[in-house]
Design a protein. Structure first.
Lengths: 408, 258
């Protein structure tokens, strides 16, 4: 039956392969996963019973031991307790089994490990505007565990790589037997296998989003906030790229492990509308969120502005300021300009510092930089006053002796 | 004719296919511990998995547990012949007077130092400043403190990972070998591999005094070279890894002069 295929030239085969790949790619514009279809596959106190999953859990035991003892973790009991309560609320049937760790890494990320422990990066806490947004990300991660994604993807990879290896070997031997070169078919099969693995991974992510938004609404959080997280992330990435005079890298969907941010945002909006029950009140929990993470925001902003990504930092500060400007945000707005250090940035930074010191919650360092900029402008008297405020707020600052000597 | 050549090539490949390599380094002043010494073995880091047909590694909890036990037993038996007293710690909180966190710090420090040794001694990024100086790495004051607190003379860190070729992987290799007879020869799809390394730290000075790597692998699935799960395989590995501990350069030169 395949005799005719062998008459095809390599070129026509490759063209055909390209067309097949394109067709597959078009097919990957996958349908949205409906939240109502997402039923948790594990109950409380889940323990693996099958051989491969037991092996993975044992490996994860050591991984968790290392991660839970890492010095990158933020151990503040207020923050860790808050996260634990949060996953305990939106974690569905496994809520009480989850462990959650907070790592001081200034990036937007969170991950769930196969044995049910999650790691959240501090960069995520900085970007979330309210508790519902954070709960949405946490619920998405919980969704991976509840839908048994890790073991399902592992088995999918194992099955597909097994089939491919045998198929490729048989194609080689079969080709040799009939005296034909089947390498192009093997390459095509390899591409197909790879794309199918990526597609599986994207489906899992879509499932986790649907499961997450469902859990969010069930526990009384505003489900629409999850879509807003993606809106904010797209905006940040665009601002970052624009500053570098680049276009935002959207990658190629067919080779991505996650659906694009745009797709996720659009699907989450539709799903949020689906899971909302008319008449029920949904909260964003903004006040509780800000009062819990407030004390830690300075550290997170400090880490962010030092990433040398002024486009993203500025966007982020402006986004957070939509809930109201304050001394902290104004100070770090100034820091973005000062560290960027392009013509005119000194004036912009000076303006931010002088605005920052008008707020009651201003950090001490704002007075220090306000003093330095005043000094540069020749306003010595005002500068001394500013340095005085700095020393009052931070008497044992590392540069206190030098500043005292400056004031004279 | 062409086919016969292929088969011959495959047969030649088979003899080269399973190989065990080992290379050790020691501090120039190092003398292998003998007689009355106290050795602390910090929970051997052992993982055993199954190599799937497609080449993935499936971690196996039961095999790992078997191997951990066999290796621990083998280390005890091997060290007993040297005359030392030995304690093997299975969990971080088992060492009296030392908290789990302190031990974790030492383990992580050692992992970082081991990595540096591997990069600069094994992977080719040789450091000109360390030429002719044998093994010149240290865990510093933390290791000395551990020695003072616990009274041990040496600490041994051991890492072993073993990938056992699954039935499917072996079948794939056999299929590839069968292909040799009709002109498509691919028996060497890659079979079991083993990576073991150990470092010995002198807890009086904090220095890493000896380091050894044993690597074993076969291109052809189905060829075995010691199975860490079995007492025999573990003994063989421990013997390869720890059995032929050589003294440092300066010590050997002295012995040669005498």
């Amino acid at each position: 039956m395949c005799a005719r295929c062998l008459e095809l030239s390599r070129r026509s085969l490759l063209i055909g392969g390209g067309a097949a790949a394109a067709a597959l790619a078009a097919g990957t514009a996958q349908a949205r996963v409906k939240p109502s279809d997402m039923v948790p596959l594990v109950g409380p106190g889940y323990k693996p019973t099958e051989r491969d999953e037991i092996g993975i859990w044992q490996l994860m035991e050591r991984a968790e031991e290392e991660i839970s003892g890492s010095n990158l973790l933020i151990q503040d009991p207020k923050l860790t307790g808050y996260l634990k309560d949060l996953i305990g609320t939106v974690g569905g049937p496994a809520a009480k089994d989850f462990r959650i760790y907070l790592a001081r890494i200034p990036e937007f990320n969170a991950m769930m490990f196969p044995s049910g422990f999650a790691v959240v990066f501090s960069g995520l806490l900085l970007r979330m505007r309210n508790e519902a947004q954070l709960a949405g990300v946490v619920a998405h991660e919980a969704g991976h565990f509840l839908r048994r994604h890790q073991i399902r993807s592992w088995r999918d990879q194992k099955r597909k790589s097994d089939i491919f290896s045998f198929g490729a070997m048989l194609a080689g031997i079969g080709g040799a037997g009939i005296g034909a070169y089947l390498g192009d078919y093997v390459q095509l099969a390899q591409l197909g296998t790879l794309m199918s693995l990526f597609k599986y991974s994207r489906t899992m992510e879509a499932e986790a989003d649907a499961m997450g938004v469902k859990l969010l609404a069930e526990t009384g959080y505003e489900p629409m906030e999850m879509a807003r997280v993606w809106y904010q992330l797209i905006g940040e990435e665009e601002a970052s790229a624009r500053y570098r005079r680049k276009r935002r890298d959207r990658g190629y969907d067919i080779f991505a492990t996650h659906p694009s941010s745009e797709t996720r945002m659009a699907d989450l909006k539709l799903s949020a509308a689906e899971v909302r029950v008319p008449g029920r009140r949904y909260t964003t929990g903004r006040d509780r969120y800000l009062s819990t993470i407030g004390g830690f925001r300075q550290t997170m902003l400090d880490d962010q502005v030092k990433l040398n990504d002024p486009g993203a930092s500025e966007y982020l500060i402006r986004t957070l300021a939509q809930d109201g400007w304050n001394g902290l945000l104004r100070f770090y707005e100034g820091e973005v300009w000062r560290l960027r250090n392009q013509p005119g940035d000194d004036v912009r930074a000076a303006q931010s510092y002088s605005a920052a010191v008008l707020y009651p919650d201003v950090p001490a360092d704002a007075w220090r930089w306000h003093g330095i900029t005043l000094l540069k402008e020749g306003r010595t008297g005002e500068a001394k006053a500013a340095f005085g405020r700095y020393l009052t707020m931070k008497p044992d600052a590392p540069d206190a002796a030098w500043v005292r000597q400056m004031i004279g | 004719m062409r086919n016969r050549g292929m088969v011959l090539a495959a047969a030649a490949g088979l003899t080269l296919a399973g190989c065990v390599q080992s290379r050790q380094y020691a501090d120039v002043q190092f003398t292998p511990p003998q007689g009355n010494y106290k050795l602390l073995v910090l929970r051997p880091d052992v993982t055993v998995g199954s190599l799937t047909t497609g080449g993935m590694v499936e971690p196996r909890a039961d095999w790992t547990n078997q191997a951990r036990k066999s290796i621990t037993d083998a280390i005890r038996a091997q060290q007993a012949t040297r005359g030392g007293t030995i304690t093997v710690i299975e969990r971080r909180n088992e060492l009296p007077g030392v908290t789990a966190d302190e031990l974790a710090e030492i383990e992580r420090l050692n992992a970082a130092v081991d990595q540096s040794i591997v990069i600069h001694k094994y992977l080719g990024d040789y450091l000109p400043t360390k030429r002719g100086r044998g093994l010149d790495w240290t865990l510093g004051a933390d290791a000395v403190r551990l020695g003072q607190k616990t009274g041990y003379d040496y600490a041994l860190f051991l890492h072993a990972e073993d990938e056992v070729a699954s039935g499917g992987r072996v079948a794939l290799g056999i299929l590839g070998f069968a292909g040799c007879f009709i002109g498509f020869c691919a028996p060497n799809v890659g079979g079991a591999t083993q990576l073991n390394y150990a470092s010995l730290v002198d807890l009086k000075t904090g220095e890493v005094v000896w380091f050894n790597v044993v690597q074993a692998g076969s291109q052809i699935p189905g060829i075995k070279f010691g199975d860490l799960r079995t007492p025999g395989g573990a003994q063989q590995m421990v013997e390869r890894l720890l059995g032929r501990m050589k003294p440092g350069q300066a010590v050997r030169r002295q012995q040669g002069a005498r």
